[in-house]
Design a protein around this ligand. Sequence first.
Ligand code: X2X
Length: 339
Amino acid sequence: MPDLSRRRLLATAALAVPAVLAMPHVRAKARSKFVYKYGNNLPLTHPLNVRAAEAAAKIKTETEGALDIRIFPNNQLGGDTDMLNQVRSGALDFFTPSALVIATLVPAAPINAVGFAFPSYERVWAAMDGDLGGFIGEEIEKSGLHMMRKVWDNGFRQLTTSGKPVVTPDDLAGIKIRVPVSQLSISLFQALGAAPTSMQFSEVYTALQTKIVDAQENPLPIIQTAKLFEVQKYGMLTNHIWDGYLFVASGKTWYRLPKDIQAIAEKTLNDCGMEQRDDIAKLNASVQADLEAKGMVFSKPDPAPFREALAKAGFYVQWREKFGDAAWTRLEKYVGKLG
Ligand code: X2X
């Protein structure tokens, strides 16, 4: 074979061979590659997505490309109910539902979301990094999903309305309020005399804009990043539920990952979750002023009459029974006696 064509042949062959095989030092490490999908319900600008993107990049680097997590933010894969079905079947690999939303599958999960239970972030993180979070993780594991141990922050949920501010539970009478697809949320707002309706977050902006509902409730960073301030006027700092994002993986695909890759993913997601908590804490210091500059008007109702209304309606008795004594006692260990 004449030299020239031989060289050409070699050059062509080299191009056709995947780069890893052409490099013996890398070949030794070549292994299966996992391209996994992570879906969530929040805009790209929310700290959850900012830190998830950072986690994905870090995991890809540290696993030398073996685990490549592609992020689908903002309900691109469907609403929460759809993503929950997908993560159960293994069509979706990672998902961050609120405990409120995962309750249709794991009824004990939203024990952290009992109305007016948590007085401060200090107690929240003691509980979630302690026994209470451990209990939630075990319950989720039983359902066939895997939960990363560090829960990410959604925040304390605050009430917003378009028509008039809410000062006492009486002001909630008959108000059409959107809540997540959650029995606990429905029950809470019914007990307060409002007219709650469940809706996936993907539909909330439009429902408020077209006045299908008059009110909603979410932590302020969501009201900011999802631009709900464009369709809501009054913000009431009720802190009625502390809500977190559980970083879950589909058991069907998580346990297919080699152990060392699982360990890198788990550690990185937990570390980035801690950073995400800090991001929300920083945001909490400035978000109200930002929303005020955008036209919202804030007030801080006295929580006592709201708690009393819940107790009077039998809310705490009913949910203690539903969650069971074991879960309830764990919650009370961190927040004191409820109801
Ligand atoms: O649906 C909501 O309100 C949200 C975005 O807070 C949750 O994910 C529960």
